[in-house]
Design a protein around this ligand. Structure first.
Ligand code: MG
Length: 398
């Protein structure tokens, strides 16, 4: 799936009070907009982000966006939400097949929630995250006089992201423009042209910060989550035989062209141990199950690309790698000179910094087969974490 996101940050914040755009207000010390940007940056399905802003916030938003390489374009919004989305839409490349539209003032969206809504949009055409309302809703005149009570069973509150097959949204926008129709959300434009829309059930805490009261709720949620991380540790082990006439690849780096590890893939025992440690930490099946050596697709496969696939699978479940500690047991060759390059490669594949990756090597002191240099063995430990909020967000698709 090639999905792009449009994040709306051009609000005038009239209901928030003050002159400043609320998406720039600090929540737990970071601008509100930064939270959504992080979720979209970390969502594997998203290839690029278009930010829609107001001219007066340009400098500050450029500074915030620097930390998020998926932000490919920053453009000015219009007077209405619909015009702002239209401006964002104009910046989306034609190869994007799916689109996600998100309010920059909804900081608690998670990569997992984004993926769920995108998947549904890919199947149905349009999808939105929301939840059934629990309060009874009444239609009221301006003076406070109740006109009627709406049947609660069929009422849902919808949030963002709202996701679409790109063609469906473009057509809905075209028609709305031609017919001068303005709606308060984007799926309404799709409903209007008779195309199906499906709701993905999400959590009520995916709030939009509109008033000071919302901001206080957001601060309280954040305080609660900050103390509530789930941590896991996993362990992986691998051993391969050394043979003549194969390259030696360890940690994604070529150490020798003449003598290397025997195996079905590129036989990178270091990355195999790392992958098993990560998968084990997340309670997922090991690499033998994921990439079976009965499948020709994995013959000679680059273990670095398999590691990227493991990363995609664990982040899809809401887990984020925190650190790795690896011990290589090799009588030959000298590993130490290659360690910095290995840490670089692994850091890139796992979206970590090299200082989160420890690699060390030892010999086997001449003992046993490893000591005779007949093979190389690797032990790896990995830790992963997950914001607990992510768990509650594995939404049943309705
Ligand atoms: Mg192996």
């Amino acid at each position: 799936m090639s999905a792009w996101a449009i994040i709306l940050a051009a609000g005038r914040s009239e209901r928030f009070g003050g002159s400043r755009n609320k998406v720039l207000a600090p929540l737990g010390g970071k601008p509100i907009l930064g939270y959504s940007l992080r979720a979209f940056q970390e969502c594997p399905a998203i290839s690029g982000i278009v930010l829609v802003i107001s001219p007066q916030d340009e400098q500050e938003i450029h500074r915030i966006a620097q930390d998020f390489p998926k932000v490919k374009s920053i453009t000015y919004g219009g007077v209405t939400r619909q015009e702002s989305v239209g401006a964002g839409l104009a910046q989306i490349p034609s190869e994007a097949s799916l689109l996600a539209i998100h309010d920059g003032a909804r900081p608690f969206i998670t990569p997992l929630m984004i993926t769920e809504v995108l998947k549904t949009a890919e199947e149905i055409g349009a999808s939105v995250i929301g939840y059934p309302v629990t309060d009874t809703i009444k239609e009221v005149r301006e003076e406070g006089e109740v006109l009627r009570t709406l049947p609660r069973e069929s009422l849902w509150a919808v949030q963002t992201p709202q996701c679409f097959q790109a063609e469906v949204l473009r057509e809905a926008y075209r028609r709305a423009r031609q017919e001068n129709f303005i709606a308060t959300d984007d799926v309404a434009l799709v409903e209007r042209i008779g195309k199906p829309v499906k709701i993905v059930r999400g959590p009520a805490w995916n709030i939009k910060i509109t008033t000071q009261e919302d901001w206080e709720v957001a601060e309280a949620l954040l305080r609660r989550w900050e103390g509530e991380m789930a941590w896991r540790v996993g362990y992986g082990y691998d051993i391969h035989r050394l043979v003549e006439g194969r390259p030696l690849i360890l940690g994604g780096v070529v150490l020798s062209e003449e003598r290397g590890l025997e195996g079905y893939s590129d036989a990178d025992a270091l990355l195999h141990a790392v992958m098993d440690a990560l998968l084990g930490a997340c309670g997922l099946p090991d690499i033998g199950h994921l990439f079976p050596n009965t499948d020709p697709a994995y013959k000679g496969a680059s273990s670095l690309s398999l590691l990227k696939e493991v990363y995609r699978q664990i982040t899809e479940k809401g887990w984020v790698p925190v650190n790795l500690d690896v011990t290589v047991i090799a009588q030959w060759p000298k590993i130490a000179p290659h360690i910095p390059a290995m840490r670089e490669k692994i850091a890139q594949a796992l979206n970590l910094s090299p200082d989160q990756i420890g690699i060390k090597a030892t010999t086997h002191e001449g003992l046993d087969a490893l000591g005779r240099g007949e093979g190389i063995a690797v032990h790896a430990v990995a830790s992963v974490c997950q914001r607990l909020g992510n768990r509650a967000s594995a939404p049943p698709v309705l």
